[in-house]
Design a binder for this molecule. Structure first.
Ligand SMILES: Cc1ncc(COP(=O)(O)O)c(C=O)c1O
Length: 363
């Protein structure tokens, strides 16, 4: 292999197709969550300091050496995004360049190699073009895309791996009718501390959240509301969502302080609300401030933002012995949800220029 640097885009993505698609086994009216995968996957290897051999292959198991470093030292990062269809049936991606940039932000924090952002978008386009029949046709449904990188070098010892795999798998997801959720503000466990990995979409962040989330569920809550690691005072984010509050007609959301994931839905909702004339402030927010606003009757709405659900209305927040009742009516949150879904399904004009249309005949 040449050791000269080269532009990976000059390499074509080799495609080998399945002989027969598995799509016949899918009931679009009843898609099991997270367990159905499309026929193909994208793979690229990192070897000798560069990404090589980008390819789309039939979905298959990946042989794993028991000393693969991701299994031991946790060098594993991922992204989550969705493909939908425009009203004319053209597949579309929502702001894929933002996911490409965030993947590389995560890679940098975790000592992993950056993946070429143009190849990231191209790989998604080609995979989605090939799998477009798997995009569910209903409003609010989508083809969920999961790009990820992990260290597959077999090595026992603490250092950055020298071999990685970048893979994209795709899983159809049905319409997500999210009922208003209840959050438990966590006062024992933390998700992320300043200087830690909270800003990266690192697999280990999610591992650390599993046990506290299970405990919150046994208490009747849907998700954990994470507070800051030092004082358990400042609101960070929710499970797999960022959080917004509407108090006295104005929106606030925690500022990106180094411990919070830079949500792409969060960024889009800030633009959308401002475009609709709402004031949105990014600043530190204490949990006591929310308790106070609820007592005064100025807490009007609260919602989570994330790729999986777009917008999840928050009904109640448990904090120590207090239950903060938020609201049963969420007119602005519903407008935001309908606008996001409308833009994603091509039924509303995308005047922000967020959607990237994919040529149906790309492959
Ligand atoms: C911890 C966390 N926060 C926030 C989000 C929302 O990010 P996005 O809007 O990019 O999906 C996610 C989901 O990716 C997440 O896992």
């Amino acid at each position: 292999m040449s050791l000269e640097p080269y532009n990976i885009m000059s390499q074509t993505i080799n495609i080998s197709r399945v002989k027969e698609s598995n799509i016949k086994s899918l009931d679009f009216n009843n898609i099991p969550l997270g367990t159905t995968f499309t026929d193909h996957m994208f793979i690229c290897d990192f070897e000798e300091g560069r990404w090589v051999n980008p390819r789309i292959e039939p979905l298959h198991l990946i042989p794993t050496h028991p000393a693969a470093m991701a299994l031991h030292y946790g060098q594993a990062i991922f992204e989550g995004m969705k493909a939908t269809k425009d009203t004319d049936g053209t597949p579309m991606l929502f702001r894929p360049e933002k996911n490409a940039a965030r993947l590389n932000f995560s890679a940098d924090r975790m000592g992993m190699p950056a993946f070429p952002e143009d190849l990231f978008v191209e790989a998604l386009k080609q995979l989605v073009a090939l799998e477009q029949d798997w995009i569910p046709p209903f409003d609010g449904s989508a083809l969920y895309l999961r790009p990820f990188i992990y260290a597959d070098e077999p090595f026992i010892g603490m250092r950055a791996a020298t071999h990685y795999k970048f893979i994209i798998i795709a899983s159809p997801s049905g319409p997500f009718f999210s009922k208003p959720i209840k959050l438990l503000a966590e006062t024992k466990y933390i998700r992320a501390a300043h200087g830690g990995t909270g800003e990266a979409k690192a697999a280990g962040n999610y591992a650390a959240a599993i046990r506290p989330t299970e405990i919150a569920k046994t208490k009747g809550y849907d998700q954990v509301l994470w507070l800051d690691a030092k004082e358990f005072h400042y609101i960070q984010e929710v499970g797999t969502m960022n959080i917004f509050f509407k108090i006295d007609g104005k929106f606030i959301t925690p500022s990106l302080d180094g411990a919070i994931l830079h949500g792409i839905t969060r960024m889009s909702v800030i633009e959308l609300l401002r475009d609709k004339g709402y004031e949105v402030t990014e600043r530190p927010i204490t949990i006591e401030e929310i308790v106070d606003a609820s007592r005064k009757g100025t807490l009007e709405e609260a919602f989570g933002t994330g790729t999986a659900v777009a917008i999840a209305m928050i009904q109640e927040i448990g904090y120590k012995d207090t239950k903060i009742h938020v609201s049963d009516e969420n007119p602005v949150s519903e407008m935001v949800l309908n606008t996001l879904n409308g833009i994603r399904s091509g039924k509303m004009e995308d005047h922000f220029g967020w959607m990237v249309r994919i040529e149906k005949e790309l492959v």
